[in-house]
Design a binder for this molecule. Sequence first.
Ligand SMILES: [Zn+2]
Length: 292
Amino acid sequence: MIIEKMSDDKLLKSVLLEVKKEKDQLHIVLLHLKEIYRRRLFTEYNCRTLNEYCVEELGYTRGEAYYRVTAMKLMANSDQIEKAIQKGELSLTAAVVASDYLTKQSDKSVAKKEEVISKIVGVPISKAREILSTPPSRPSYSPKSEVLPKLKVSKKILKLLNELQDLTGEDQTKLLEVALEDKLKQVKKCELKAIRRPSPIQGTRSRYISQVIKRKIRRRAGYTCEHVSMHRGRCTETRNLEFDHYIIPYSKGGKNTLENLRLVCKNHNTRQFILDFGAKSLEKICLKISFS
Ligand SMILES: [Zn+2]
């Protein structure tokens, strides 16, 4: 029926119906996102995170993606929170406000999440902010933090750097550079020794992968993840690369050979595990997939 021709009564009834459909739809979208995360399907688009997938493949703005992924994570382990979202009693904005509040709490349990959400269910957003005493929330998505990982510097490293600087008067960055170069030389020296005397463990039932094999794989891979995703081809990730028993998984007898191993990023290693053993197996290992 044409909206302009609806009676007042019909128009008011109709809008209630449409809003309900809209809320139902949001819940369904969040359920899809949850399952995509569970299967790490976003890695098949070479996306590092579900947020990135929502922006690049689903066309959400970064803010929209952040709000949806935050709400999804919040409802992922709680039927109570999921129901609140499904009924439209917890908006995306309220979910983000609650999530901001929860990240500052030491108690990360589901019970705590449910307790916090129960305080703001069905409450106007301004009131919810007041209850949780948090300033208006803005998406904390930062593309920079995904591109440039922060280097964690321990107190010990700082102490060593300060001592060295005191003794040499050299710049701390330079000192770190020299230390890393020395370590690299040391590692290369060990590899050369290993090439001359191959490890007897190679090719046997051990998770140990010799430095020689690792080096050959890294070179073959061009120091980049070797996964070829369904939709975006070869992954270009160069950080946090791991060795994956690809053709035959280690637990199924796969050997530490050049042919059986490949270099993959953490995301694609996890995705391969899910393909080999299922998402449930991953959940068993991690107790539950971490949505926090
Ligand atoms: Zn990858």
